[in-house]
Design a protein around this ligand. Sequence first.
Ligand code: SF4
Length: 471
Amino acid sequence: MKKLTTGNGCRPALSLHVMETPFPERGSELWLGKPAPRYTSYPPAPFFTSDVGANAYANALRQTAPDAPVSLYVHIPFCNSLCLYCGCNTIITNRAERINPYLSALAQEMAHVGGLLGTRRVSHLHFGGGTPNALTDNQMRTIFEGIRTHFDLSSVGEIAMELDPRHVTPEQARTLVACGVSRVSLGAQDFNLEVQRTINRVQPYELVAQVCDWLREAGLTRINLDLMYGLPKQTPETIADTARRVSALAPDRVALFSYAHVPSLKKHQKALEAQGLPDLTTRLAMEQTARQILTESGYAEIGIDHFAKPSDPLAKAWKNGQWHRNFQGYTEDSAETLIGLGVSAISQTPDGYFQGEHETGPYLEAVTANRLPIRRGYLLTAEDRLRRAIIEALMCVLACDLDALCAAHGFDVETLAEDLARLRPYEEAGLVTREGFVIRLATERRMAVRAVCKEFDPHSRGSNLLSSRTA
Ligand code: SF4
């Protein structure tokens, strides 16, 4: 495949003005405010079906190459309180002992999967949630013991964990390091206190700064911060202030996510509507403002919503054309097989996708009955693999050599004639350029690429199924 890369960041002087957004922009009617998947998989998870279950997953696991490393994802669904913007699969509890049966089930699931795979080398281990650091130090050590029993972590490249800064203590930071955690992502979202009160997540800047100090003192120096725009009470000015403070904390990576408002799925999000959600023009201005501040602070832009210091492994991998996208977002991890453990976790093998039970009841029931707790999945066709490669390239580097990808997947590029015809309005509006069969996003609005990807996605085209709006 022809190597396509994005530009790299540089470090000019910091300027902190808020971007003025001319509106409407040419071609914005093609993408702005339109529902489109975030494409952490292709096909997106709403198109998985219950026809594909535990047996298909077991077969797919057995067919993975025995010497190939796997990536592991562990879902810890517990949180102490509910953030009103939350779109995750979470259970609210303050009782740590409620978590123990779930940890026992996780150990059983690991044993089951480990039995099918053999003690497989792990290239990357990621804990997400929920709130993984809702676990006590003892629970944390227990879960790591289980993983080390069934998987080989001796050559793991990275162990990453999503943290709620409100739970971090100096002791917990030391426990994480002792367990082998080497990267953490802190959900910062926004440092404005009025915004924090509105979304029911109060964590002042000073608290997050203190947590960064504790983590670094304990030896955990790879820190990511996650931000969110599009929330009530946010303005381009509050986002500018947050982005400036984030830069001062000097995380290695920053993720700048747009708030996905899907109250039909997440009823608690309704409460945010009453507080007034920013309109699309304001959302664009927020994104542009934060992006400018972060790039002027020396961060390289990765894909549509990530930023990394040029010295960070993700930025280096990007520069070398070694980009990937999976359920955790952008990654330098190249494992073909990703094993998801826990409720709602999604596994990916060369054959397809397999998602776990969404609720803890059916999950615990399946695991204790010694069944793989798979609720639904999807088996890829040859054409799905081609389309997945096109969409991954577009989402990662905003460009794609269609001819090269068709050749690599055994297809004639004419297979994509209708898709290319659908791209013409994007070309005419100046959103996409095309040289032969190489297409590139030509607007600085990187999130517009989600709409371009949708033109290559026969599952999502004509369907607004569970997609958030693009902006
Ligand atoms: S901490 Fe994260 S997972 Fe838990 S409620 Fe808040 S946003 Fe959702």
